[in-house]
Design a protein around this ligand. Structure first.
Ligand SMILES: [Zn+2]
Length: 225
């Protein structure tokens, strides 16, 4: 845990994760980037629109025996709606996300690839329904979409200003396996692998209280692989 002062309002900002690069100040909504010893403000983040997500910053859960905490959120929009990408803090400091879209949940981990390797293997975006080998598993491209960031809160591993454009590719394989490739403004592609998960399997705690709410079963959506 590291403490800083917000360059904009001087309030104390605490980074829980060593791998977080940015944070939205909870007091003044400045989007701040972490340098070695100080923070730089790169603008204001608009208030996130309300949604019906059961998750929030500080929701905790357990995945494959490892505890995690939600420490940040990216809210992404595309032509047909939006979804949340919750940034997870695991004790082993792997970069992981909980993707929450239309009642389906996936836990994904960033694959550690050098920029050269990422460009060589995944630089050319694959076509819909094509096959791709990632970390020993053959995936099928199930979706391609353009999206952009409409807001963020908490800690994130990169700066995600409003309007940041991402071209995303979803891939699926048997046993609920899920992978994603993201292309963003000429950066080397980012590759993620993981799986679809059931809400009840993650032992969530400190969820947001939503009156009359029940997580819809995502089983029917998972079986499409
Ligand atoms: Zn501030």
């Amino acid at each position: 845990m590291q403490k800083y002062n917000c360059p904009s309002c001087s309030a104390e900002i605490v980074f829980q994760s060593r791998i977080s690069a940015t944070c939205v100040c909870p007091y003044c909504s400045s989007l701040v980037v972490r340098h070695d010893t100080e923070l730089e403000s790169i603008g204001k983040m608009a208030q996130l629109p309300e949604d019906i997500s059961p998750f929030q910053i500080d929701t905790i859960g357990v995945y494959k025996g490892l505890a995690f905490r939600i420490i940040g959120r990216l809210k992404m929009a595309w032509q047909d709606g939006y979804w949340n990408e919750w940034f997870l803090y695991f004790d082993d400091a792997k970069k992981a996300w909980l993707a929450e879209a239309q009642g389906s949940l996936a836990i994904i981990f960033e694959e550690y690839l050098s920029p050269e390797e990422a460009k060589a293997k995944f630089g050319k975006a694959p076509k819909l329904n094509s096959k791709l080998l990632i970390s020993g598993t053959t995936y099928t491209v199930s979706d391609l979409k353009e999206s952009y960031c409409i807001g963020s809160e908490g800690e994130l591993p990169f700066a995600a200003p409003r309007g940041r454009n991402v071209k995303g590719i979803d891939l699926i394989a048997g046993n609920s396996k899920f992978a994603g490739i993201e292309y963003c403004d000429g950066e080397p592609p980012s590759v993620f692998t993981g799986q679809y998960v059931e809400f009840d399997d993650l032992s969530f705690n400190h969820l947001r209280e939503l009156e009359g709410w029940k997580m819809p079963s995502s089983k029917s959506k998972v079986k499409k692989a």
